[in-house]
Structure formats: structure tokens, C-alpha cells
Design a protein around this ligand. Structure first.
Ligand code: CA2
Length: 147
């Protein structure tokens, strides 16, 4: 059976490629999804992609992953720095998590330096632009047992 990865993008990431290119680059969310899908396919994984500006929708998508996903790639957007609920959802499903940030959050404002998610992630990739999502897929594919 084909294994699946859940790709989660949080608030405002639907705007990728339309504004703030100096911080977030010029690639769109569609480019991110294409990159994740094509990288995952090289390792025999399908991808379900979810983007929402609403915390509860993201939590529901994470809960649903328990049924049919082997791993989660997440850029929680600004919820990274605020959401214990998102962290608890990730803990609750007990799947390997890769946390990705397009920008180097550590070189930005102080409030972006802390992540509620990092402590429950297998790996954290920051500042590599959309390539960070590719690294995340490769890392998770390496960690997961072959079926
Ligand atoms: O660097 C990242 O990937 C972030 O997760 C992006 C979040 C930010 O709050 C985090 O601190 C770091 C913001 C996403 C907003 O994305 C936009 C993209 C284009 C135009 C406007 C916003």
C-alpha cells in the first residue's frame, strides 16, 4: 500500500509569492506543493496538502492524519510562536513531524525565536526557503520504515 505524508501550511502562507519576496521568496504555495509531491513520489509517498488560516482546521487535519498518514511536514506560520493547541494535536497523533520555516526565524524579531512545535518535531529546518520542504520529505522518508 502507498504511504502518505501530510503537508500542513498555516496562516497567510496562501499569500506566498504575492508579497514580501525579500523574506519569503517568489515561489507560490502551489510551487511548494509541487515540490513536496515530486520529492515524495521519488520515495513512493503520496501527499495530502492542507493550508488554512484557521487553527481548528489545522488541528482537524492533523487528527485525521492518524488514520492514513505516516508523517507530517508542517509550516505552522505564526501559530508556531503561539499555539499550544497545535503542539498538543501533533503530540496526540504520534507521527514523525518535520517543522519547516522558509525564513531564518532566528535572525528575525525576538518573538519568532521560540517555537511551541520544535520540541515535538523530529527535525526543524529554517531559512532554506522552499528547499526546506524538500529536505523535510527526504529526512522523513529516511526515518520511516520501508513497507
Ligand atoms: O518563515 C516561515 O516560514 C514562517 O513560518 C512564516 C510565517 C511567520 O509568522 C513565521 O514566523 C515564520 C508567516 C507566513 C506569512 O507568509 C506570507 C507570505 C507572503 C506574504 C505575506 C505573508
Amino acid at each position: 500500500m502507498t504511504q502518505r505524508m501530510l503537508l500542513v501550511n498555516g496562516p497567510n502562507l496562501n499569500l506566498l509569492g504575492t508579497r514580501e519576496p525579500a523574506t519569503y521568496g517568489t515561489d507560490t504555495l502551489e510551487d511548494v506543493i509541487d515540490l513536496v509531491q515530486s520529492t515524495a513520489a521519488d520515495f513512493g509517498f503520496e501527499v495530502r496538502a492542507v493550508q488554512s488560516n484557521h487553527e481548528g482546521v489545522l488541528i482537524d487535519a492533523i487528527h485525521a492524519a492518524r488514520e492514513d498518514c505516516a508523517a507530517i511536514i508542517i509550516n505552522p506560520g505564526a501559530f508556531t510562536h503561539t499555539s499550544i493547541a497545535l503542539r498538543d494535536a501533533l503530540t496526540g497523533v504520534d507521527l514523525p513531524v518535520a517543522e519547516v520555516h522558509l525564513s531564518n526565524v532566528h535572525a528575525r524579531e525576538e518573538f519568532r525565536h521560540h517555537s511551541y512545535i520544535s520540541a515535538v518535531a523530529e527535525c526543524v529546518i529554517v531559512g532554506a526557503g522552499i528547499q526546506g520542504y524538500e529536505f523535510a520529505v527526504r529526512r522523513l522518508a529516511r526515518l520511516l520504515p520501508k513497507n
